[in-house]
Design a protein around this ligand. Structure first.
Ligand code: COI
Length: 355
């Protein structure tokens, strides 16, 4: 692999020369961890700011068994994608928005956070250094995972004395094993993902451990994923395990509001804007599960998931099917988004950061 000394800071055109010198089956990328060459690491103490990070070889990290993240879940993460443009260069999608979201989450979990510039720089450096792991155009993306956590030891409940910010990456394709086939969602009636006043609106690691039980149960019954309802009324849509939800009826697209229990997705926000641009009326409001059952189309959005059409939803034993495929609104929104992300459609919004 590339010697560390030859990895340059992210700037200018990518060094990609079309030489696929990694042993990857680019046509069958899924969503599993693939160790790449380099990661970015930055540390700081409680009540201080992150000053300077560095690229290092991708490797396991060492931590105290008392580490804040291991014992009390003091950790948040992000996920963003770098795509390869037809000319070989690398494009990052809205890293500034991910940086802002991490800052808000860090504040909720009493952690210092990297500045917006430090975050963007880490993402750029990680993508650039792992250039040979970025899939060829249209084959997938390099998924970049920034992770911020309490790395120092604690015993009483409280913020850790030391924090670590890591950024590492893996080539990815389809999030779901079924590929691009429409999702079959199961509406969960008992367990909840989040509750008012909790941490559902920030990207804490604990939000994802909390959904695994139902996810496995739903998958064992042939469903693709779980759709959660609000914890108070068990009536209004919240989100899916790792994605936001949208509902289309006529020319109106609706999605639940990000009022604390729902993750403010960057893909969610981008799709709202694209839908407006394409002439749809978009409403951020509470949507009851009964209203969902009357929808024309349903789809999920997320960085990892992309824009995924929902073929069916099952609620209280009743399965309802929705329009999917070629002429769906979901398809139009998804292909516009991917077009911008991969440089096929001109970015007029400042969403693309060239590496
Ligand atoms: C993403 O969409 O990037 C996420 O962070 C979801 C993740 C749990 C796979």
């Amino acid at each position: 692999s590339t010697p560390l000394s030859t990895v340059k800071r992210a700037s200018g055109p990518s060094s990609y020369n079309g030489d696929e010198n990694v042993d990857m089956d680019w046509d069958n990328l899924g969503f599993s961890p693939v160790p790449t060459d380099f990661m970015y690491i930055m540390k700081c103490c409680r009540d201080e700011n992150f000053i300077q990070g560095k690229l290092t070889r991708y490797a396991n990290i060492e931590m105290s068994p008392f580490a804040g993240i291991l014992n009390y879940g003091q950790g948040i993460f992000e996920g963003l994608k770098a795509n390869r443009k037809e000319d070989g260069s690398l494009l990052l999608f809205r890293p500034d928005q991910h940086a802002i979201r991490m800052k808000i989450g860090a504040e909720r979990l009493c952690m210092p956070s990297p500045s917006i510039d430090q975050f963007i720089d880490a993402a750029k450096q990680t993508a650039f250094a792992n250039d040979r792991w970025v899939p060829p155009p249209r084959k997938g993306s390099l998924y970049i995972r920034p992770l911020l956590f309490g790395s120092g030891p604690v015993l009483g409940v409280g913020p850790a004395p030391e924090f670590m910010f890591l950024t590492y990456a893996s080539p990815v394709g389809n999030y779901f094993k079924q590929g691009k086939a429409p999702l079959n969602l199961y509406v969960e009636e008992e367990l909840v993902r989040a509750f008012p006043g909790g941490v559902g609106g920030v990207k804490t690691i604990s939000n994802y451990g909390a959904v695994m039980k139902e996810l496995l149960r739903a998958k064992s019954q042939g469903f693709s994923d779980v759709l959660y309802l609000d914890s108070v009324n068990k009536k209004y849509l919240e989100e899916v395990s790792a994605s936001n939800i949208f509902v289309l009826k006529g020319d109106v697209i609706s999605t639940p509001p990000t009022s604390g229990t729902i993750l403010p997705g960057i893909t969610r926000k981008s799709i709202i804007e694209i839908a407006h641009d394409l002439g749809y009326q978009v409403e951020e409001r509470r949507i009851s599960v009964n209203e969902l059952m009357e929808a024309d189309e349903v789809f999920c959005t997320g960085t990892a998931v992309g824009v995924a059409s929902v073929g069916s939803v099952t609620y209280k034993g009743k399965r309802i099917e929705f329009k999917v495929g070629e002429n769906s609104v979901c398809q139009a929104l998804g292909s516009t988004l991917v077009g911008i992300q991969t440089g096929l459609i001109e970015d007029k919004k400042g969403w693309i950061f060239n590496i």
